[in-house]
Structures are given as C-alpha cells and as structure tokens.
Ligand binder design. Structure first.
Ligand SMILES: Cc1ncc(COP(=O)(O)O)c(C=O)c1O
Length: 370
C-alpha cells in the first residue's frame, strides 16, 4: 500500500514527472528530413568492430582496398577511391579533370553548384558555366554544345561536364542511360570528360532495374555515396580510369583527405554495397505512398507521378510555413523547407507504418494552419 505521507508524495510526483519526461523524449518521431539521417545496421556495427585495418596512406588497409575494388567492379571502372563525402568526391573529380581558369559545365540546379560551397572555384580556380536543367534535371544539350563550340575567342577551356543522377533539386528524378549517353557522347566528341555526381545513383539503378556499370557506361568518373540511402555512417567513392584515380589520390591527399585506418568505416561501406542497394525499392514505394497521401491534403500541391525515387518535393499554399514546419516537428514529423519548396525523404529508418502514421498527423497539423 502506498503511504501518502509528505516524503513519499514528493517522491511519487517526481516519478510521474520523470515518467512524463521520458514519454515525451521517446514519443514517435518520423524523420523525413533526409536519407542522411540513417543509422548503420547492426551488421555494419559488428563488421566495423571486427574490421581488418592498416594505414591507407601505404594502401595497406585491407577493408578500404576491398571497398574500392567492389566499387570499381560495380561501376565498371578500372579503380575506386574512398573519399570522405560526396562533396569531396565531386571536388576531387573537378580538380582532377580541370586546370585553374578552366570552366566546368553544370546544370543551374546542380548540387555541386548550389550545395557544395563553390569548392571547385575556391580550391581550383574553376569557373562554373551554367546550362539549364529541365524539370527532370536533364542538361540543355543545345546550350552545352554552344559552350563547347564558342563563337567568341578566347574563351576559357572546358575541363569537364558534370551530370547529376538522381537529380536532387528536381525531386530525386531519374535520368536514363540514354540521357547520360547523349551528354557523354557530346562531351567526348570535343575531347571533354564527363563526371557523374551520383550521390544517390543507386536509387536510379534500382528504379531503372539496371546495373550501375551499365548506367554509367558513358561516364569518365562517377561519385556515389554510402552514407545516404545505403545507411553507412561515412564515405563516398570516386571511380574512374587508373589514370584519373591516380591523379585523384594526390589531390585527395592535398585536401587533407588521408584516411589512415578508415577501414573501420569501409567495413560498413562494404555491407552498404552488398546488402543495402536492393532494399532502396522499399524507400521508393514508401515515398510514392506518402506522395499519394499528401496529394489529398488541402494546401499541398504535388503530382505523385513526379515521385520516382525516395524524395517527395511539394508546394504548400499556406502562410506561416516555418511555424507550420515547427508545429509538425512538435507533433512528430520532421521535414525540410528548401528553396524548391517542401521536401520529405524516405529511407532505411522509415517503414510503411511510419507513413501511415505520419499522414494523419500532417493532415491535422495543416488543418490548424488553414
Ligand atoms: C546530388 C548530391 N550530390 C552531392 C552531395 C554531397 O554529399 P555529401 O553530403 O556527402 O557531401 C549531395 C548531398 O546531399 C547530393 O544530394
């Protein structure tokens, strides 16, 4: 029996308050901000604990060497190079292909232009030359051709064309092998290399049901990330010819990218490539399910058929959007407002039931603001 004397009552109130605090701390959160919030699987954690290690600077780390071999094989390129991030992979590629004062041709909505701190300019003196991305992220070929065949001389030399797939700021849209070949053929006709920013290229290969080597056949170099939908805690790969990757190794070193015993993280990356690619289709199904539900909510504008992978972009016709986002987060659903509009991303941490739970929460929260 509880004895409600003064001392015990204080203790029970404290326990109730603590319980409520813990309940609020552990309330359901559906985090749709990005697939970068994914946590490593237990299998990855075990592999990390047991990874064979060595000094990467001497090419002595067996786990990194293995990860680079697998990456080269999957991409159909001669060699792979582990770098710390997608940004670093794209920067190293730009510095490997271009000299100071060169221009690189990129879409006006490319991540390397809008989301990577202008690294190619800052570190390599490279000029971004913009061509239009269409609503899928495809580059305008007429504009590319015009830059490759300048009427007015002198013009900066073109060092590289960059192609992004999936295309982030158009909503994770998938560009096909034919799209990519159109650009690489044009580039190669003028002796220019094409680099692919494939941060989420496995979302494209899964959507297209095509091996990576096939999709990037026309590319000279490709970067892809392990730490987004593939759920590894770290790392991206840059793949290309021996010549390009040997040059890239020195550039990576000059950027402070020596990784020593990073085999501890490469071990997780190996599992990401071997085990986590095929399941991306589940993220795509969840994103489409989410999009169908969102399209029914008053105040939200989107066409579910535009959702091709794990990203759902939509417009909101309601005032006070930052407050609305904040309220949504208080109610357990996290998303982002970007320049392009609202974004929800599905990933390894999200199951179908999370979508079915989140949709009524979103609807109810939006209702309050209408
Ligand atoms: C298309 C694209 N490229 C490159 C990157 C950069 O990757 P990281 O964040 O690993 O530097 C991102 C990041 O989200 C991206 O979406």
């Amino acid at each position: 029996m509880i004895d409600f004397n003064r001392g015990n009552a204080t203790i029970s109130v404290k326990l109730v308050v603590r319980g409520l605090y813990l309940m609020s701390k552990h309330k359901r959160i559906v985090d749709l901000r990005s697939d970068t919030v994914t946590l490593p699987t237990q299998e990855m954690r075990n592999a990390m604990a047991e990874a064979e290690l060595g000094d990467e600077a001497y090419e002595d780390d067996p786990s990194i060497n293995r990860l680079e071999e697998i990456s080269a094989e999957m991409s159909g390129k001669e060699a792979g190079l582990l770098v710390s991030s997608g940004t670093m992979g794209n920067l190293v590629a730009a510095l490997a292909h271009c000299s100071r004062g060169d221009q690189m041709i990129v879409g006006h909505r490319a991540h390397c232009y809008i989301g990577e701190m202008g690294g190619a300019s800052a570190h390599g003196g490279i000029i971004f030359r913009l061509v239009d991305n269409d609503e899928r992220g495809m580059l305008d070929l007429t504009q590319v051709e015009a830059l490759l065949n300048p009427k007015d001389e002198p013009q900066p030399k073109t060092g590289m064309i960059e192609f992004e797939n999936t295309h982030g700021s158009t909503g994770g849209r998938v560009l096909t092998k034919e799209d990519m070949l159109k650009v690489s053929k044009l580039a190669h006709k003028h002796g220019i290399p094409m680099h692919v920013d494939g941060a989420r290229i496995f979302n494209a290969t899964v959507a297209l049901e095509m091996p990576l080597s096939d999709l990037v056949q026309g590319a000279d170099t490709v970067t892809f990330c392990l730490s987004k939908g593939l759920a590894a805690p770290f790392g991206s790969l840059l793949c290309g010819s021996y010549e390009d990757i040997n040059r890239a190794k020195l550039i990576k070193k000059s950027l402070g990218g020596g990784l020593r015993q990073a085999g501890v993280m490469a071990a997780a990356g190996i599992i990401a490539l071997n085990k986590m690619v095929d399941r991306l289709s589940e993220d795509h199904e969840n994103a489409y399910r989410l999009a169908l539900g969102l399209a029914e909510i008053q105040g939200i504008e989107l066409n579910p058929e535009d959702v091709e992978t794990n990203q759902v972009y939509f417009n909101v016709k309601i005032d006070n959007q930052p407050q609305l986002l904040n309220e949504l987060e208080n109610n357990g659903v996290r998303g982002l407002i970007l320049d392009e509009g609202w974004r929800f991303v599905t990933h390894y941490g999200i199951v179908r039931d999370d979508i079915d739970w989140a949709l009524p929460v979103i609807n109810k929260t939006f209702q309050k603001f209408r």
